[in-house]
Design a protein around this ligand. Structure first.
Ligand SMILES: Cc1cc2nc3c(=O)[nH]c(=O)nc-3n(C[C@H](O)[C@H](O)[C@H](O)COP(=O)(O)O)c2cc1C
Length: 369
């Protein structure tokens, strides 16, 4: 998706509109409800104490909600039983323009599944996750075991999609090996592209797809709907794409919405994507063995382990999925990568760089059924 870098737009006092500097008044606010305070609470890591019962389950759900989701829709609901948890799609949070077949939505459930499984281990439970076609969701059975805290678990509260330029330096063979090992899954193919011609090829398809997306009225309207143009709006909904997470300024919501099509232009957006991809150490492409929901969950789990392992190593990553989102580009992209007839599911750039502001999450009470 074109997340303004695709998500190009912060609580700043002045904004440039049509060449004029507009002063934007920022209302005083309760410090507890500032973006930073809410983000701090969202990403805090409490001590992990093995505990039994429902309270533990709600803590597992909290960790699951720290997973990434497409457009930060948090397109999940959790049904909590005595010894099991279902992760179900929240179909009211679908994104039909960018994700007409719910591919990204189901991958997001896979990411949440992996967080929940890793958190269960850390809290003293073994978790068995399967795709349940009847429920159209992930069923996770829990049973007691000795608690095991992994580096991936500890990385959970600092992982982010870091949409900034990286330092352009390669990773070591050992780092690449650790990333591949973390992502390893029976039915998921991972392609790590670290040579410059290979990275340029990915860029070419990404730009082609991004240009098509930006000309698509339904796509841009849907994206605009999920952008939170300032901290107050982000705190109010605790979902969506906060402008500063993409290095863009905060503006009042009305101004962001009105100016979106003026500021969100293919030329600058494509230039930003090119700079970001070229600054990366490499690109990871994930492809499930079959294009069905069980495999999309597997892809989400594999990707989430990759992102957490990267975080544990101090390596940043960010999705750049345009080439797999636009159907007319995806087939050629798969062929160019030598992955056809498999459907490439996710495209992720990685490298070292500075952290960006963190995204928000809705509270557990909002997602438990
Ligand atoms: C299936 C899926 C597809 C995504 N595609 C993109 C993308 O193309 N571009 C992008 O910048 N972020 C993409 N994201 C990242 C989400 O926007 C991000 O997870 C969300 O905003 C929450 O931020 P966080 O991951 O930093 O916690 C995707 C996430 C998922 C799970």
């Amino acid at each position: 998706m074109v997340h303004v870098s695709r998500r190009s737009f912060s609580r700043s006092a002045s904004v440039l509109v049509g060449g004029a500097v507009l002063q934007v008044a920022c209302a005083p606010q309760n410090p507890e409800q500032s973006y930073e305070a809410v983000a701090d609470r969202t990403w805090q890591s409490p001590p992990t104490m093995p505990a039994a019962g429902l309270d533990n389950s709600l803590e597992l759900v909290r960790y699951a909600t720290l997973a990434p989701s497409s457009h930060n829709t948090q397109c999940w609901r959790y049904r909590v039983g005595i010894s099991d948890i279902d992760i179900l799609p929240d179909l009211e949070r679908r994104c039909p323009a960018v994700d007409p077949d719910d591919h990204h939505l189901i991958i997001s459930l896979g990411c949440a599944t992996e967080n929940l499984v890793l958190a269960a281990q850390a809290l003293g439970q073994r978790a068995y996750a399967v795709w349940d076609a009847g429920k159209e969701g992930v069923h996770i059975a829990l049973e007691p075991q000795d608690h095991r805290e992994s580096a991936l678990f500890h990385a959970m509260t600092s992982r982010q999609n870091t949409r900034s330029a990286y330092d352009g330096q390669p990773l070591s063979a050992q780092e690449l090996e650790l990333l591949a090992r973390a992502a390893n899954a029976d039915e998921v193919q991972l392609r790590l592209i670290t040579d410059r011609p290979g990275i340029e090829r990915v860029l070419e398809y990404t730009i082609a797809a991004n240009t098509l997306q930006m000309a698509d009225v339904a796509f841009t309207a849907e994206l605009k709907h999920w952008i939170r143009f300032n901290g107050d709006d982000a705190v109010a909904s605790r979902d969506g794409l906060f402008s500063r997470c993409t290095g863009n300024p905060e503006v009042p919501g009305w101004l962001g919405k009105a100016g979106f099509s003026l500021l969100f232009r293919p030329g600058p957006e494509n230039d930003k994507i090119a700079a970001h991809i070229r600054s990366s150490a490499g690109i990871a492409v994930f492809a499930g063995a079959r294009p069905d929901k069980a495999h999309w969950v597997a892809v989400g789990r594999s990707y989430q382990r990759f992102a957490l392992q990267a975080t544990a190593l101090g390596i940043r990553s960010a999705m750049v999925n345009q080439a797999v989102e636009v159907t007319t580009v995806r087939a050629d992209f798969a062929t160019a990568l030598g992955m056809a007839p498999q459907r490439p599911d996710l495209v992720v750039r990685f490298g070292r760089g500075k952290a960006m502001p963190r995204s928000l999450r809705r509270p557990v009470s909002a997602v438990v059924m």
